[in-house]
Structures are given as structure tokens and as C-alpha cells.
Design a protein. Structure first.
Length: 146
């Protein structure tokens, strides 16, 4: 399996790894089938800007790389801008992922959205784009061999 230099860089030198105490929002998603678990911590200020973001990921190199890249992409952004983060954008920012690893970028997107939902609930605010958002736990793993 061929990984881009960016994937390897974010795997070997992950950005924003760790936790945030008293985080504004925490999102955890996982897939029991592949064993990847991602937790994203957000520190959101009064202007709804993501001042800091950290992650803890239990998973393969691609899961760690996509978590790292996703946190880089939303740091310093508004909640509205963070909502526009897609798994495709994360994969593209890493110069692509092997097809059987695309689900890692889906998890990264979902972890960010889960943290934003948690933030909204803690602060009694409604984020219209996340109303009724459904997490896809059975995301496609291609033809992965177990």
C-alpha cells in the first residue's frame, strides 16, 4: 500500500495530539469492525472560533494522519467554517489515501461533527447544519481482508 509523504508526515509527527481539559466540546466516534476510535476536543471562544483543537486516536497510521490533518484544517476557524470540513477535503489535503483507508477520513469528519454537536448541546445553541445528523458506523471499508 502506497502512502503519500503527507500521510507519513502526519502519522510520524502528528499535530495537535492530546486532550483539552474542560473542552468546549468533545466528540468520539469509532468503528467496532476496524477498531479505529477517534476523540476530538474543541476549545471554542465566545465568538464561536475554534481557538484550539486536540485529538486522541486509537487506530492505524491513516486514522492518526487524518485526525492530525482534520485538526489542522479547523484550528482558528469559525464553527461555520469547521462544518464545511469533508472527508474528501481531509484526504485531498493529505495528497490522497488508499481506497481501503478512505474510511479513516470519514471518521475524522464525523469526530469533528460529534465535537461540534457536543459543544452546541453544552451551550444550548442550535447548529442547523447538524440537526438530525446521523453517524454512519458501518462506513464502507472497500474489499478489506480481515
Amino acid at each position: 500500500m502506497q502512502y503519500s509523504e503527507k500521510v507519513m508526515d502526519h502519522f510520524m509527527n502528528p499535530r495537535n495530539m492530546g486532550t483539552i481539559e474542560n473542552a468546549s466540546g468533545v466528540g468520539e466516534v469509532g468503528n467496532p469492525q476496524c477498531g479505529d476510535i477517534m476523540r476530538i476536543y474543541l476549545d471554542v471562544d465566545d465568538n464561536q472560533i475554534i481557538k484550539d483543537v486536540k485529538f486522541k486516536t486509537f487506530g492505524c497510521g491513516s486514522a492518526i494522519a487524518t485526525s492530525s490533518m482534520a485538526t489542522e484544517m479547523i484550528k482558528g476557524k469559525t464553527i461555520k467554517e469547521a462544518l464545511e470540513l469533508t472527508n474528501k477535503a481531509v484526504a485531498e489535503a493529505l495528497d490522497g489515501l488508499p481506497p481501503v483507508k478512505m474510511h479513516c477520513s470519514v471518521l475524522a469528519e464525523q469526530a469533528v461533527k460529534a465535537a461540534l454537536i457536543d459543544y452546541a448541546q453544552k451551550n444550548n445553541i442550535v447548529i442547523p447544519e447538524l440537526e438530525g445528523y446521523e453517524f454512519d458506523d458501518a462506513h464502507d471499508h472497500g474489499d478489506e481482508e480481515e
